[in-house]
Structure formats: C-alpha cells, structure tokens
Ligand binder design. Structure first.
Ligand SMILES: Cc1cc2nc3c(=O)[nH]c(=O)nc-3n(C[C@H](O)[C@H](O)[C@H](O)COP(=O)(O)OP(=O)(O)OC[C@H]3O[C@@H](n4cnc5c(N)ncnc54)[C@H](O)[C@@H]3O)c2cc1C
Length: 212
C-alpha cells in the first residue's frame, strides 16, 4: 500500500491551541490545549484536518475504513474504472499456506471471468460482482484531528486487522511528523497509559514505532 499526506491545515497545532485558549480566555494556547485534552474537551481538535492519498488497499480494508463516519472519502469507482490486471492484496497467512496457489488461481479465474463478461457486454458495474475482496482500490480520505486520534486508538491496536493497522500506522507516522504536538499521545490504549481491551494482546506498542 502507498500512503501520502497530501494536505493539512497550516499551523494545525496553533489553530487547535487558539480554539482551546479562547474557551477560557487564556493567553497560553499550548497549556490550554493540554488542559482541554486532559479533561476530555476534545472538540478543540476538530478545527484542523489532514488529507491522505491511499493506494493499494483491499476492498476488505476499504469496508473497515469507511465505517469511520466522521471522515470524508473519495474512492475510485468500480463502475467507471475497469480493473486492469490488478495487484491483489493477499495476506501473509494465505501466502505462507498450502492454499496460496489455489487461492491465487481462483481469484485470477474470477478476474478473467470479469474481463470476459465485460467483453460480452455486461457493464463493469455488474461484472464487478464476481471480483474478489483482494482487489486493490485508491482513495482520498480527510479526517479532523479528533477523528484521527480516535481512528488511531482503534486501528493502531494490535487487535485491529493487520492491513488497516498498517494503514493507520502509516497515517500516524505522517501525522506525528507534520504536527507532533497534536499526535504526541495518539495511538492505541497501551501508549496512552492503559489497554482498554478485555483480552489484551500482551504486547504493548511503543510510540517510537511511529517515529521510524
Ligand atoms: C477490532 C474491531 C473489530 C470490529 N468488529 C466489527 C464487527 O464485527 N462488526 C461490525 O459491524 N463492526 C465492527 N467493527 C467496527 C466498529 O463497530 C465501528 O463501526 C468502527 O470501528 C468505527 O468506529 P466508531 O463508530 O467509534 O467511529 P466513527 O464512526 O469514526 O465515529 C467516531 C465517534 O463519533 C461518535 N459517533 C459517530 N456516529 C455516531 C452515532 N450515530 N451515534 C452516536 N455516536 C456517534 C462515537 O463516539 C464514535 O466513537 C470493529 C472495529 C474494530 C476496531
């Protein structure tokens, strides 16, 4: 997968600091922001947004990503854009198993059927029904900082599926570089001071992972 941060609110941290400071007529925006975040007054984080271009994620991950309702999405259309020899997203567990060859040839068979159906006049919007969830897609996603931090808390967790975790990890790395103040404490429960999972994975993550 390829993940790029293509735009974000200039002085994102400053905007959120201003939002926090105005609430209490404070002249110290940074301290106000820390105080707001500590007390759960997170709406101040909604004034800055980050936009990413994401390429090469599976339809499985697209479905998981778009469950996040407070984000904006523009996804490549399967009605107007035909799949052209797509690079399938195949999990390691399948790649390293005795099912790999069979899985790959079954998916290639369905993609070949997709091509033949379109050649026979079936529109792409209908032919796509036979394509596997492993086909890649591309999209632009925009989230505000509050939603991003929420997304990272769920999807950077070891309990999230590997592909959306990989996507969330890449996004968090980019956010930490662009606006360290806003994402210093972002990530799953284990990096925020405590795992909220009933069944912890037992492998707490470290913030350093997102600074590589
Ligand atoms: C490990 C894991 C396993 C999952 N398994 C399943 C599963 O088996 N089946 C399944 O269907 N989904 C599953 N999900 C998806 C999950 O239920 C959520 O739909 C998804 O994580 C989006 O999270 P959200 O609703 O908190 O966030 P967002 O949609 O990003 O919303 C952010 C926050 O805004 C608030 N909010 C948004 N919309 C509303 C609303 N309508 N009413 C009240 N508050 C709102 C909530 O506080 C919410 O947390 C899973 C998610 C994870 C991380």
């Amino acid at each position: 997968m390829k993940v790029e941060l293509i735009a974000y609110t200039p002085t994102a941290a400053g905007v959120c600091c201003d939002a926090a400071a105005i609430c209490t007529a404070s002249d110290n925006g940074y301290r106000s922001l820390q105080h707001s975040l500590a007390s759960g007054h997170e709406s101040v984080l909604e004034h800055a947004v980050f936009t990413f271009r994401v390429e090469g994620i599976s339809r499985v991950t697209l479905a998981q990503l778009t469950r996040h309702r407070l984000a904006s999405f523009s996804v490549q259309s399967q009605r107007y854009v035909k799949l052209d020899n797509p690079e399938l997203v195949i999990p390691e567990s399948i790649r390293n198993s005795s099912f790999f060859a069979e899985a790959q040839s079954s998916m290639r068979y369905m993609l070949n059927l997709y091509e033949r159906m379109m050649e026979a006049g079936i529109p792409a919007e209908d032919a796509r029904y036979v394509t596997p969830q492993a086909v890649p897609t591309s999209l632009i996603v925009t989230m505000n900082v509050r939603e991003l931090r929420h997304f990272f808390s769920l999807r950077c967790c070891n309990r999230a599926q590997w592909e959306i975790r990989q996507l969330a990890d890449e996004m968090l790395k980019l956010c930490r570089k662009a606006a360290p103040t806003l994402f210093e404490n972002a990530g799953p429960g284990c990096v925020q001071g405590g795992c909220p999972e009933k069944k912890s994975c037992g492998h707490p993550r470290s913030k350093a992972e997102w600074d590589k």
